[in-house]
Design a protein. Structure first.
Ligand code: SF4
Ligand code: SF4
Length: 68
């Protein structure tokens, strides 16, 4: 399943909220992280894994670079 959970898990989310706007099925809610000092996306169980939220995330390039 591909969603922004991987961005959060890698610690490269900056809280821009673009993924929230991209998920047309409303499976993302933003939750404030006191540890990080900004909101992070929380993905609901109904997520289809369409990957749209990852596609719009500007930090996905960091993810790609890390996996190379
Ligand atoms: S689009 Fe990426 S950086 Fe922005 S809130 Fe979502 S996961 Fe975080
Ligand atoms: S993968 Fe698709 S359904 Fe799941 S949170 Fe991202 S945009 Fe929403």
């Amino acid at each position: 399943m591909k969603n922004v959970g991987i961005i959060v898990n890698e610690g490269i989310c900056d809280g821009c909220c673009e993924c929230l706007r991209a998920c047309t099925s409303n499976n993302i809610s933003m939750v404030y992280s006191f540890e990080l000092g900004h909101p992070i996306p929380c993905v609901a169980h109904d997520c289809s894994g369409c990957g749209e939220c990852v596609r719009v995330c500007e930090n996905r390039e960091v993810l790609k670079a890390q996996s190379m």
